[in-house]
Design a protein around this ligand. Structure first.
Ligand SMILES: NC(=O)C1=CN([C@@H]2O[C@H](COP(=O)(O)OP(=O)(O)OC[C@H]3O[C@@H](n4cnc5c(N)ncnc54)[C@H](O)[C@@H]3O)[C@@H](O)[C@H]2O)[C@@H](O)CC1
Ligand SMILES: [K+]
Length: 459
């Protein structure tokens, strides 16, 4: 897993480094990393650096000084003032200044790269009008943008996105920040490159899962395993009308490696057994259950029966509308943004503007783990800890993906994994399947790739 640090956590970590060695020059290290990435992105042609008033601008100026040894570098001092030593270094290295916003925009015609060094950790969301116009012009002219630490205009800790740069690559330092991994900001960051500048990364309550974690944690049977020790998952999903949801969930559970799948839902049994002959019909011994997918409506009686099983539950779709008042410890709720908005009694746009905050709030209120599904997927625990799943291509945004995911998570819960791990690994393996098998596969076909993905997880 990779730790994600907030602006304050990063500043605290930097302070600790300075306290230990007041002479340490972090800016030179940061700037060297930026110059290296700039050369990789655009090996030749003029570079235009947008310089802000603080240390982010300082990074940009020292990087400019390095780049000016081998190519033309232009500076736009967009705040009218800049880091003194950085500016002196850039000037003496031969960087030239463009005087006003219009000249800066005009130079986009021949710039091979723009370096956005307007704001970083000290950013207030949004941009002054001249800088916003320039950022929009970079997009319109399709000039590659290298953002220093983060695209200016974003809040470092995420939140709603207004005017900002849209980076091709973001070179950040020590660790990713929330804006790099949480939507809607993350989509403005392009590829994120993390530069080691000698600042140790503290443990925090936000991290991203990696493929190697899946490789290390995926439950694999050994010689002593049987169906019960591998995990039996019970699905009470589907209905006459939405029988497909049952098939998709069962398929997810089976292809994720369940020891046994029991089915006790509303889909016709002939349909289920015709497609999946290993499924056992009816209730019985199990270690986890999946409820809600394809019910067609919130059903209190059905939910009450599920609660009586006394098992850790994956609660999906319609069952999210009939949650009990408490006692959900160890459960996993799997809402998409609309369902999470209903759970919290807020608008969907509020969830989309702050998905992390919304998922955390729902987990805290219900005392259960929450997997917020979508293009980026977040797993929030009641403690406030959040794990971001591996991201997949956008093809997976289709009807039926969620039913499959609930089944996968059910299998992982039944195998004994805690809810956060089951959720983060389930969401990630589905994303990896779509990544490895690109194209518009329907969810049932994509599910059939899961075993190959699991077998080839890269540690
Ligand atoms: N703190 C450190 O030691 C290090 C910092 N580094 C760099 O320094 C950055 C942080 O520097 P600072 O704390 O000086 O902060 P920034 O350079 O991010 O920005 C602060 C300045 O920008 C102005 N500003 C913020 N938002 C604005 C907006 N929306 N419109 C107009 N002006 C705005 C503020 O008034 C302030 O003058 C990091 O992001 C990183 O790039 C690196 O050199 C590594 C070491
Ligand atoms: K920046």
């Amino acid at each position: 897993m990779k730790t994600v640090v907030t602006a304050q956590q990063m500043r605290d970590a930097e302070r600790a480094v300075w306290d230990a060695d007041p002479d340490v020059d972090l800016m030179t290290r940061a700037a060297a990393g930026v110059a290296r990435v700039a050369d990789e992105m655009a090996p030749e042609g003029p570079v235009l650096v947008v310089v802000g008033p603080g240390n982010n601008g300082g990074d940009g100026l020292f990087a400019a000084a390095t780049l000016a040894e081998s190519r033309e570098v232009l500076l736009w001092l967009a705040a009218g003032r800049a880091h003194d030593e950085g500016l002196a270094a850039a000037r003496s290295a031969g960087c030239r200044e463009v005087g006003d916003p219009a000249s800066a925009r005009a130079r986009l015609a021949d710039a091979s790269l723009v370096i956005d060094a307007f704001t970083g950790l000290g950013a207030r969301p949004g941009l002054p009008p001249d800088v916003a116009t320039f950022a929009a012009a970079c997009e319109a002219w399709q000039v590659p943008v290298l953002a220093v630490d983060q695209p200016s205009g974003l809040g470092t800790d995420g939140g709603p996105v207004g005017h900002s740069f849209n980076a091709t690559v973001t070179a950040t330092f020590a660790a990713r920040k929330p804006c790099h991994v949480v939507e809607p900001a993350a989509s403005r960051c392009g590829d994120v490159v993390v530069q080691d500048i000698g600042v140790p990364v503290p443990a925090t309550d936000l991290r991203i899962l990696e493929e190697s974690d899946l490789a290390n944690w995926w439950p694999t049977p050994d010689a002593a395993s049987d169906k019960y020790s591998r995990g039996v998952v019970l699905l009470d999903t589907g209905s006459e009308r939405y029988a497909g949801a049952a098939l998709l969930g069962i398929s997810g559970a089976l292809h994720a490696g369940a020891g046994m799948v029991r089915y006790a839902g509303g889909a016709p049994s002939g349909l289920v057994l015709g497609r999946f002959p290993s499924v056992v019909l009816g209730e019985g011994r199990a270690q986890a259950a999946v409820v809600g997918s394809g019910w067609g409506e919130p059903d209190e009686a059905r939910m009450a029966r599920a609660v009586e099983l006394g098992l850790p539950l994956v609660v999906d779709a319609d069952a999210l509308g009939v949650l009990p008042d408490g006692g959900m410890e160890g459960w996993l709720l799997t809402p998409h943004a609309g369902e999470l908005a209903r759970l919290l009694g807020v608008g969907r746009d509020e969830v989309e503007a702050d998905p992390l905050g919304a998922a955390r709030e729902a987990a805290r209120r219900h005392g259960a783990t929450v997997l917020l599904k979508g293009a980026a997927q977040y797993v929030a625990e009641p403690s406030g800890r959040v794990t971001v799943a591996v991201r997949g291509p956008n093809w997976t945004a289709q009807a039926g993906s969620g039913d499959v995911l609930a089944g996968i998570c059910g299998t992982l819960l039944a195998a004994g994994l805690p809810a956060w791990k089951a959720a983060a690994m389930g969401a990630s393996v589905q994303a990896l399947a779509a990544q490895r098998h690109p194209g518009p596969y329907p969810p049932d076909r994509l599910t059939e790739f899961l075993p190959t993905v699991v077998a080839n997880l890269d540690a």
